[in-house]
Design a binder for this molecule. Structure first.
Ligand SMILES: C[S@@+](CC[C@H](N)C(=O)[O-])C[C@H]1O[C@@H](n2cnc3c(N)ncnc32)[C@H](O)[C@@H]1O
Length: 369
């Protein structure tokens, strides 16, 4: 693609309006969320300092062992006296353990202001949420405290608002490299068609990628599945607030229950790294089953370790382990292209975009006949 074409795509994506839910937090909650953002912004300089110390000790990507556990040993030996590394670890630990609690406290402090508005958005509008009282979560998801947040994705009845708005929009997005909302829209520009009519999103969560799908393919009917009801409730509110008729279901991505050939696009954004290998293989198989022949699949996630040097892969692994991501290593060590091809997809590509390793996409087509 030419530089001109690149520039045009990026200009289009930047033009799309950001969907922001209006709400008010009381002062203490606002201040503690701001504190968290400021505190974690100190990670950058600290990481730069211990990276320099590692280089001075002669430890770099080429000298690190192939085995990732041995890499941990080599790095902690080289940095055993580093104050920057120790402080970095402490900060990361604090933020990982506390961010969920801080955001929940912020919600609770302003609950009387927030709840009427959230309830209204749940009950008025064109979107539908099909909760399933008999639904059982997959074993690998049940009782896991993702992000080291108490109860994980289901730990609070309002976890969808707490994570989607307070944590993801007002905390994660502030220190994450790049614009996390532009990235969601950008990956969709890699699809070969613009005329999708029946889209299934796997792992809808609070609806951030669903918004990107809606903005990119406004003519399509969007169906979303997620195992977490509190997260889907927030997606429901986002859809209702904007007049979008999303059809949301509490179901697992690897077992959606939809009829064969029901969709012409199946897409997901950052769900693989929260699943073990077998579940990811199940997701590809299910995407293939519910797609019509000629339909496309696009799954976007973290950068596979094979596409990183040994130092970068170790850093991702270290941050994921500290951040409460128990399946990240398994997922990022998998060959997603091979898994998509094993499910039956053709023309499969697994790659970064815009010359960068993140966001990473896996795309493929269900063949005719
Ligand atoms: C990191 S969030 C996804 C974020 C969302 N797609 C976005 O772009 O913001 C991961 C979501 O995947 C959901 N999830 C995990 N395993 C799942 C599965 N097997 N089927 C459906 N959803 C799943 C979790 O409940 C959570 O809401």
């Amino acid at each position: 693609m030419s530089n001109d074409a690149d520039a045009q795509i990026l200009a289009l994506i930047e033009q799309e309006s950001e969907i922001v839910m209006e709400f008010q937090l009381r002062q203490q909650g606002r201040a503690s969320m701001d504190f968290l953002v400021a505190l974690t912004s100190a990670m950058g300089p600290l990481n730069a300092r211990w990276s320099k110390e590692l280089a001075e000790a002669g430890v770099d990507a080429s000298s690190l062992p192939e085995d990732i556990d041995q890499r941990y040993a080599a790095i902690s030996t080289a940095l055993s006296k580093s104050k920057a590394f120790a402080a970095s670890g402490l900060l990361m630990d604090f933020a990982s353990v506390e961010h969920g609690r801080i955001a929940r406290d912020a919600y609770e402090e302003s609950r009387d202001l927030l709840e009427p508005e959230l309830d209204k958005l749940e009950n008025q509008g064109p979107a539908n949420l099909h909760a399933d009282l008999a639904f059982t979560q997959p074993d690998y998801h049940k009782d896991v405290w993702f992000h080291r947040t108490e109860g994980g994705w289901d730990g609070h009845p309002q976890q969808g608002f707490i994570h989607g708005e307070l944590i993801h929009r007002h905390y994660v997005s502030k220190n994450f490299p790049g614009d996390i909302f532009v990235q969601r829209r950008r990956v969709l520009q890699e699809l070969p068609r613009q005329d999708y009519r029946r889209i299934l999103e796997m792992g809808t969560s609070s609806g951030h990628f669903t918004v990107a799908l809606q903005q990119t393919f406004p003519q399509a009917q969007i169906t979303g599945v997620d195992v977490s009801l509190p997260m889907l409730k927030q997606a429901l509110r986002v859809a209702n607030e904007n007049g979008w008729n999303w059809d949301l279901h509490q179901r697992a991505a690897e077992d959606t229950g939809f009829a064969d050939a029901s969709f012409d696009l199946v897409a997901s954004y950052i769900i693989f790294h929260e699943m073990p290998q077998q579940a990811i293989e199940g997701v590809f198989a299910e995407a293939w089953r519910v797609l019509e022949p000629g339909g496309q699949m696009l799954m976007s996630d973290v950068t596979p370790y094979a596409a990183m040097d040994r130092m970068a892969a170790w850093r991702a692994d270290w941050m994921a382990a500290n951040g409460g991501e128990p399946y990240w290593r398994e997922a990022a060590s998998m060959d997603w292209k091979a898994a998509a091809e094993a499910a039956g997809f053709i023309d499969v590509e697994s790659r970064g975009i815009d010359g960068a390793p993140y966001p990473w996409i896996v795309t493929g087509t269900k063949p005719h006949g």
